[in-house]
Design a protein around this ligand. Structure first.
Ligand SMILES: Nc1ncnc2c1ncn2[C@@H]1O[C@H](COP(=O)(O)OP(=O)(O)OP(=O)(O)O)[C@@H](O)[C@H]1O
Length: 260
């Protein structure tokens, strides 16, 4: 069934970089709907256009042809309705944790008191309230990433775009942040587009896994994750999880083996 009001819609989106002989197709003819409140993960071999697709939704990269819509409107630049979280935390080192979280709110013109209250709320949500006055350099990688997440959440975007956000973290921290993301999602049901190289992560947090293929970057397969929410360790260890995980693995790696 097609969703009449997708939150994010790619309509025959293609993206090339460079001109003439040097032109390179990063993404070819991508058509995909992401529903309001849906979590999709995007996987695929290196260079298949995952970040390009996300940057198009974020408004950081334009399309060469086709159209990308958010809330039914063509994307023509970044906006506060879309929060972006990258693998590198991109915190301002000269600002404290709370000032980092307040930054986007200040840009929006929010008053000092309200800003502080909102920032503390989101720091609490990610378990960093006690570190509000610390500077980023004193935090672990996981804490920095939680700060970046609080900062993205604070501006209240209806779409979260996450490009390998947990990629640089150890396995245990990663699992904790996956659970925290799902916990927060269960309260606010934001739409999430999440890029990862980790197939377990892709299945654990998603409603659907989007598999892209490379050269040129294109849609390979969409795999539904028919597992109940809330997700937990029991689900992660279930045969159903393993089966879906194996399907995703095959879709990604069989194809990239053939291409190699
Ligand atoms: N600004 C750019 N100029 C030229 N080529 C680019 C640019 N951005 C991306 N590309 C190329 O487009 C292709 C897709 O890149 P993209 O970063 O979207 O892939 P990816 O699937 O996210 O890769 P990875 O998993 O390695 O991060 C790559 O071959 C890349 O070299």
């Amino acid at each position: 069934m097609t969703d009449p009001n997708p939150k994010i819609a790619f309509r025959n989106v293609s993206k090339s970089f460079g001109e003439g002989d040097k032109s390179f197709v990063a993404l070819r003819d991508l058509t995909l709907d992401i529903a309001d409140g849906e979590i999709v993960t995007v996987v695929g071999p290196s260079g298949c256009g995952k970040s390009t697709a996300m940057n198009i939704v974020a408004g950081l990269t334009g399309v060469t042809s086709g159209e990308c819509l958010v809330n039914g409107k063509a994307v023509n630049g970044p906006g506060p309705d879309r929060g972006v979280i990258f693998q590198q935390y991109a915190l301002f080192p000269w600002l404290t944790v709370i000032k980092n979280v307040e930054f986007g709110l200040k840009l929006q013109g929010m008053g000092r008191e309200q800003r502080r209250e909102r920032a503390l709320h989101y720091l609490d949500l990610v378990g960093l309230k006690d570190f509000a006055e610390a500077y980023p350099k004193t935090l672990s990688g996981g804490m920095k990433q939680r700060c970046a997440i609080a900062r993205a959440y604070a501006v209240n975007p209806s779409v979260l775009l996450m490009d390998e956000p947990f990629g640089a973290l150890d396995a245990l921290t990663r699992v904790k942040l996956q659970d925290q993301l799902l916990d927060t999602w269960s309260k606010d049901k934001r739409t999430v587009m999440f890029i990862t190289h980790d197939v377990d992560e892709a299945v654990y947090i998603a409603h659907r896994v989007i598999v892209l293929a490379a050269r040129p970057g294109r849609l390979q397969e969409i795999i539904n994750v028919d597992l109940p929410f809330p997700r937990n360790e029991e689900i992660r260890l279930s045969p159903e999880f393993t089966e879906i995980r194996n399907n995703v693995w095959r879709a990604v790696y069989d194809r990239s083996q053939q291409a190699a």
